[in-house]
Design a protein around this ligand. Structure first.
Ligand code: SR1
Ligand code: MG
Length: 409
């Protein structure tokens, strides 16, 4: 099939395609299909055998951003990038990434394992669930996938070839605009409520903040350290108590490692800021917030432990074992992660694309307060990231913002 034969699948087309996956459904299986995509960019079909219950997912990229419409064209090559990233990530962490069962680059399709027995982590956190295995899982995912796709852990000539094949300009441009530009100026892309206009305009008129954002934007544009997931928020994580699966790496490219860690930290902080809107009493609020802060600490510690172990055992380049270099690198990663986390918090409050943790809070004053708390945390992280020495500085920024909250639950 040539590119011109691309067409958006109907549910019937999805069933027909599902039947071509070798050794999956019986030839005479009665297959039922629903389109379940609720994200910003793609179609997602679940195809299920009505008798055995066996199922798979077909994800298809649309040639434009679904959230905006056809006026925002997007390359279909992101489906290939997502599929190839999933395959690489699954090869490093088979228990943490769904298996790819097939795909077609011209139709912009990836066929993968169905995870319908899992919950999207954002929803689970809003419901007040805690996940004891999460920090180990996500710390290991980030450390392992980044280490083995970086100059530390893979052949450096092969890395250059791989980086070229993961050039992802359209999706990177979304991030460059929505995360590293629009929130800091009066852009038509922004999407904020009038009750936070003063705080938003303060973001537009803060030279110290703009300087730090420029440094982070430069890192995102130029530091091809590893094959990063590129959009590792809690909507890209399927979870249940004992298991975690990372999905949706369509924003994958060779970028700065701290961007993935920052995304996870930011989304735990957004939930932290939102908790007065979801907790029924002060005791519940305190317990949930304590868990979220200890999860942030543990994600960093698990990441650091895994990354250092891989470095000590598997580093491909003897020069990188020079005394002090590993410590220097890890500190820089922590600082980058904190700065990126700050940018990723702020974009979800004033930028185009928001999160349900904040926007779905029913009580107007608690919703307002959650936005203020998030903006305070985000600003503190961006301004403090470059000098940070410990993950405790993130915890302190969150607690400091929470202490200023005025509205009681
Ligand atoms: C137009 S896409 C908006 C956002 O959705 C994705 O999940 C990314 O986070 C992107 O920035
Ligand atoms: Mg996504």
């Amino acid at each position: 099939m040539t590119q011109s034969q691309y067409k958006a699948l109907s549910v019937d087309d999805a069933v027909t395609y599902a039947r071509t996956i070798p050794d999956f459904f019986a030839q005479d299986a009665d297959l039922i299909c629903e389109e379940i995509g609720d994200g910003n960019l793609n179609l997602v079909f679940r195809i299920k055998d009505s008798i055995s219950g066996k199922s798979l997912i077909i994800k298809q990229a649309l040639p434009y951003a679904k959230v905006v419409g056809e006026s925002w064209p997007l390359s279909l090559d992101r489906a290939r990038i997502e599929r190839e990233a999933l395959i690489i990530q699954h090869s490093h962490c088979p228990d943490l990434v769904p298996a790819v069962l097939g795909g077609d680059s011209e139709l912009a399709i990836t066929v993968m394992e169905d995870l319908s027995q899992y919950t999207i982590m954002r929803k689970g956190l809003i419901e007040g669930n805690v996940y004891p295995g999460f920090a180990e899982h996500i710390g290991r995912f980030i450390a392992t996938t980044l280490f083995f796709t970086s100059d530390l852990g893979m052949n450096q000539q092969h890395k250059k070839t791989q980086a070229a094949s993961f050039s992802n300009p359209d999706l990177c441009k979304i991030t460059e605009d929505l995360i590293f530009s629009d929130p800091y100026r009066n852009s038509d892309n922004n999407n904020f409520t009038e009750d936070i206009r003063n705080e938003t305009e303060r973001l537009w008129n803060d030279p110290e903040l703009h300087f730090e954002v420029a440094l982070l934007r430069e890192k995102f544009l130029t530091h091809g350290e590893a094959l990063i997931h590129g959009d590792l928020h809690t909507g890209s994580i399927f979870i249940r108590e004992e298991s975690t699966k990372v999905i949706d790496p369509e924003f994958a490219f060779y970028g700065p490692m701290g961007f993935d860690l920052g995304a996870v930290i930011a989304n735990l902080l957004l939930n932290y800021a939102s908790q007065p809107g979801w907790s029924s009493d002060m005791k519940t609020l305190e317990a949930r917030r304590d868990w979220l802060l200890s999860a942030i600490r543990s994600v960093w510690e698990q990441f650091e432990y895994r990354f250092r172990t891989l470095w000590n055992d598997e580093c491909q380049d003897p020069v990188f074992n020079s005394t002090g270099y590993q410590d220097f690198y890890i500190r820089k990663l922590l600082q980058d992660s904190i700065g990126f986390a700050g940018c990723k918090v702020i974009r979800r409050i004033v930028g185009l694309s928001h999160v349900a943790d904040i926007d779905a809070i029913a009580d107007e004053s608690l919703r307002h307060q959650a936005k203020i708390t998030a903006l305070q945390i985000g600003t503190a992280l961006i301004k403090g990231g470059r000098s940070a020495q410990s993950i405790e500085e993130v915890i302190l920024a969150a607690k400091t913002a929470a202490e200023k909250e005025g509205v009681a639950i």
